[in-house]
Every structure is written in C-alpha cells, then in structure tokens.
Design a protein around this ligand. Structure first.
Ligand code: AMP
Length: 570
C-alpha cells in the first residue's frame, strides 16, 4: 500500500509549506488518522503520548479550519508551562505562512504583558488552566466566539487537580465548537469529561503501540556519505554543544579513529572499548560522570551497563545493526523523565535499517539538515544574546547604570553595546589552540534543554568558538578569493584540505600526497594555496572524485586530513 503523505490529508497549501519547512517527510500514525477526521469537523478523542506527533495532529487540523473573526478562535489547554510553550512554538511554526497570532499564557509570566497581548488580539490561545481562568475572570480573555477547544495531555491535567478549572473554562465556550481531547491514558474520569463536554458522537483514535523509546527523547537523523560523516558530526556538536554525549561506533577501530579526529579538533573526547584496560575504562567513565569529559566514544559492548545521569545526547555515529540495540542505546538519555536527544548518521545504504527502526519503535525520527557554518555561528551569538537577556530580566546591574549613562552621553547606545560585544568575543577568541580549522556549523531544534547545561562545558565550546571563528573567517575569505579566481574555468574543482603550514605542510608534500593517493598526474593539481591551518587546491573535474575518495582520512605529516569541496558562500 502507498504510504500516506501530508498532501493526501487535504491541508491548506500554507500549512503544507510550513510542514515542509519543518522537514516532516510523512505524517505520523496519529496525524494520518486524526487530521482527516478533525478537518471534517468531528469531535475527537485521541489516545496518544508525547513523541507521537500529537501536537501537529491537532495543530494542523485547527489551523486548517480556523476562521479568523478578530476574537479568540481556538484555545488549547495544557498541564504545564513547558508543554504550553512547546505547543505554542509548534503552532507558531505551522502557521508561519498565515496571518494567525498564536500566543502562550501561563503562570509565572508577567500578567500585565499577557493582558496587553490579549488587547492587541490573539487568534489561538495556548495556556495552562490556572492562568487562563485568571485571564477569563479579569474579563481580558473572551472565549464566546471560540471555534476550537483542545485538551492536551488531559490525564495529566486531571492528575494535577485542574478538573474544576477546566470545567470552568469550558463553560465560557460556545456549545457549537469542535473539541479535541488528547490523552496518553483513558481513565473513567476522562471518559466522563468527554461525555459531558463533547458532542455525542466523537471519533476515537488510539495509537495502540506506544513508542518503545522514551517520550522525552527527541530523535533525529542526518543523511550523510561516509566521506563527510566526520565533518557533519563536528558541525552537529558545535551547533548543539551537548553537555554530555555518548557517541557510538560499530568497531573498536572506529572508536579509535573518531577519538583521534575529535581530539585533533580540540573536542574533549575519550574512547572506550574492549581493548582498553579496566583501569583506563574506569578512569574515563569517572571523568564522564564528573562532567570533565563531554564526549564518550564507545562500542556497544563497552557501553553495556553504563548508567550515567544527565546524558544529553546519544549519537549513533554508526547506526546499529538491529532495532533492539538502537532502543538500548537511545535509552541512555532521557532518564528520569529528563529531556534527551538522539541523533543518527545515516548513509544511503543504511536507509533500510532506519526504516526498520521507525517501523518497530513507532517513534518519530525526524530528518534534520546538517548545520551550516552560518547557523553554527548564529547559534553561538544567540546563546550570548540569551545570556544578556537573562541578566536584563533577572540580574541586578543597577550599580553599572551610572557608568553606562556616562558612556552613552558621548556614544550611541548601540555602538556601546557593539563595542562591549567585541571586547567579549575578542577575548574568547584569544585562547591558544594547537590545532586547527573547524569548518561547519549547526542544526535545528529547541536548545532550551541545553542552555542550563551550557555553563559546565562552556569553556570547551568557547574554545572551539574562538578557533572556529578565526579559521572560518580566513577560510571563507580564501574560499571566496579562490572561487573568484576559478570562476572562469568550470571544469576545475576547488578543494579544501584540513591541514596547513602549522602542520609543516609544503606544496611538494601536498602534491606528492595527492598524486600518489589518488593515482593522478601532477599537472591535474594546480593553484595550491597553503594557509596557516588549512589549504586549497584546484584539481580538474575528471579527477576530483578520485581525490575526494582517496585523500580524505589518511595522514600527511602524521596529521589526519579531511578533504572537501571548498565552501561556497551564499
Ligand atoms: P509531539 O508528540 O507532538 O510532542 O511531537 C514529537 C516530535 O516529533 C516533535 O519534535 C515534532 O516536531 C516531531 N514531529 C511531529 N510530527 C512529525 C512528522 N510527521 N515527522 C517528523 N517529525 C515529526
């Protein structure tokens, strides 16, 4: 049978576009079943847990059918502020091509701000029952024209004692509305609630098999070729800045090579496999547990029995060979109901394993783009901006305001802030590295989970930042220059080599290495630019694949070298 696509679900083009931007390939089971019923206008009872794609299931449906009236058109009730924010963010992304205002309302946020927002007009309200009721009582939130009610994680809301609040909110809504109730379990109380407040013939959808992986784990995969896998991993690490990650390799040799590669790029990484002494393994594990080691590279066998709290990321550098091992690996994160992230690097020939894992676990594993250098850099700046905002909101900085006032008499505040940022970033960039270029940056996703933990390994990520930015600037400039030089000859390919003067590389060294490894004639290698920590070489098109295939991963002057097509700027 043909697999259902989002296009088959009769959704508006604006929503389909937003879904495409999110990178969702196919509807999850709950989406495929619930969306058609919901957009036909039925009330819906859905038994589904977090991690099944339930938010987009009700999100797409209500955004698809919502009629803008100038009043609140839909209300989503969620048990916690975290979930309310998450739902709001998801709906916001899904409605990005429409003029629909979605906003979150939860306790702990400024009520004055929320009152102002409601006055300006909101189409979709997402909130926790207590705060929503408060806003209703203040007559700031009027629900008399709402077309949709969604109760998300209804069982949780009942467990938390929100039943009376919920009933009171429901009483404000018109009878002629569409109600969708999502719950992981269906205890009698929920059934009673449904009976009392839903139309008599609600449609029922149940996702029978709960995902085998923990619902707090976000799972994603990156499509890579064997050749660019290492670079892709570095970008992901730089973008996400995991606090503590286990990175799995299939073989002991794979572990050794990856450790070597990562250490050469100044990542705080250590390996663990069966050929290492027990003492060495125990020491490594201790460092990992204490937080002085960010990345533990391991084989399945060596990692067996490791139970470390606070692992933020599980990374399948090599995908597993069976589904059970996948579930086992991924379960190292998301312990004790904490959030976790599991990434897999998938080469074309590993696609079928990915399909099997998806089928058996029923978990959503989202395809993710490999972060670009620009994105990585932006994420670094964003985290700095977040820190500044945090101080602005929470910090007591009044003792500096006099000084700030004095400076701002003579200079524009924006220049003052920019100068201070320069001081800060330049300082961070002054760390001394023994190695090397780092070329690309980073992925998607919600970084809130990582933020708290950034502090612990901020030094290491700062270190990388300094090194990366410095080298990246040079490299981007050189790539641009070299492209300009090359643009008259489209039969040539400009290649980047991750090794340079500081590795004692000479032109002869490099040409000898390329001609020997790729088995090509010397005259096919031209325009050799050896820079401080990397180099550029132009080769003719007909030999470029041979160079890429044979020169990456080997050593020149005892340094392992990575070869790629030189970065093009936008
Ligand atoms: P939820 O169950 O709504 O909490 O969703 C779990 C995760 O799956 C979220 O990170 C969503 O962005 C993601 N997601 C939802 N639907 C899909 C889909 N059809 N394909 C891939 N990822 C999805």
């Amino acid at each position: 049978m043909e697999k259902i696509t989002f296009k088959d679900l009769n959704l508006k083009p604006e929503i389909l576009r937003a879904i495409e931007d999110l990178g969702f390939e196919y509807p999850s089971q709950i989406q495929a079943e619930a969306i058609p019923l919901a957009i036909e206008g039925h009330d819906l009872i859905a038994q589904a847990q977090t991690g099944t794609g339930k938010t987009a299931a009700f999100g797409c449906s209500l955004l698809n059918n919502l009629v803008k009236t100038g009043n609140v058109g839909a209300i989503v009730l969620a048990p916690t502020r975290e979930l309310a924010i998450q739902v709001y963010e998801d709906l916001n992304k899904l409605s990005k091509y429409e003029k629909i205002t979605v906003l979150p309302f939860y306790g702990g946020d400024s009520i004055q701000k929320q009152l102002r927002e409601l006055k300006r007009g909101v189409d979709v309200v997402v909130g926790t029952p207590g705060r929503i009721l408060d806003l209703i009582r203040r007559k700031a939130l009027l629900l008399g024209n709402a077309q949709f009610l969604v109760l998300d994680e209804a069982d949780e809301m009942l467990n938390m004692g929100f039943i009376e609040d919920i009933e009171e909110v429901i009483k404000q809504l018109p009878k002629e509305r569409q109600t969708m109730l999502f719950s992981a379990t269906m205890p009698p109380q929920i059934q009673k609630l449904a009976k009392r407040y839903m139309k008599p013939d609600p449609k029922i959808v149940a996702i029978k098999k709960v995902s085998m992986t923990v619902s707090t784990i976000t799972q994603g995969f990156f499509e890579v070729n064997q050749r660019n896998k290492f670079e892709a991993l570095c970008r992901v690490l730089d973008y996400d800045t995991p606090n503590a990650a286990i990175i799995f390799c299939r073989t002991k040799k794979g572990v050794d090579e990856l450790v070597e590669g990562l250490q050469a790029r100044n990542y705080v990484a250590e390996g663990m496999h069966g050929d290492m002494s027990q003492l060495h393994r125990m020491r490594t594990l201790k460092r990992f547990k204490e937080g002085s080691l960010s990345f533990l590279i391991a084989t399945d066998v060596a990692a067996r029995g490791i139970d470390v709290e606070g692992i933020t990321h599980v990374i399948n550098y090599d995908i597993t060979q069976d589904v059970e091992s996948y579930v086992h690996r991924v379960g190292r994160t998301g312990r004790a109901n904490r959030k976790g992230t599991a990434y897999s690097f998938i080469t074309p020939r590993e696609q079928s394993m990915l399909r099997q894992i998806r089928n058996v676990t029923k978990g959503i594993i989202t395809k993710m783009p490999i972060p670009t250098v620009e994105q990585i850099l932006e994420s670094k700046f964003t985290s700095k901006t977040d820190e500044i905002e945090k101080v602005l909101i929470e910090g007591d900085f009044s003792k500096y305001t006099k000084l700030a006032d004095e400076i701002c008499v003579n200079y524009a505040p924006v220049d003052v802030v920019a100068a201070m940022m320069k001081m800060q970033f330049d300082k961070e960039m002054s760390f001394n590295y023994t190695h090397d270029q780092m070329e690309s940056p980073a992925p998607t996703r919600d970084f809130r989970d990582n933020r708290d933990s950034r502090d612990r390994d901020s030094r290491s990520s700062r270190d990388r930042f300094s090194r990366d930015s410095r080298d990246r600037d040079n490299r981007d400039r050189d790539a641009r220059d070299s492209r300009d030089r090359d643009k008259d000859n489209i039969d040539d390919v400009r290649l980047f080599f991750s090794i340079g003067k500081r590795d004692d590389l000479t032109t002869k060294n490099l040409v000898d290495y390329i001609t020997e490894k790729a088995n090509i004639e010397g005259h096919k290698v031209t325009k050799i630019d050896i820079l401080e920590s990397f180099s550029f070489v132009t080769v003719s098109n007909d030999v470029s694949d041979a160079v890429l295939d044979n020169c990456s991963g080997n050593k020149i002057n005892n340094r392992r070298v990575n070869v790629e097509v030189a970065t093009k700027r936008r």
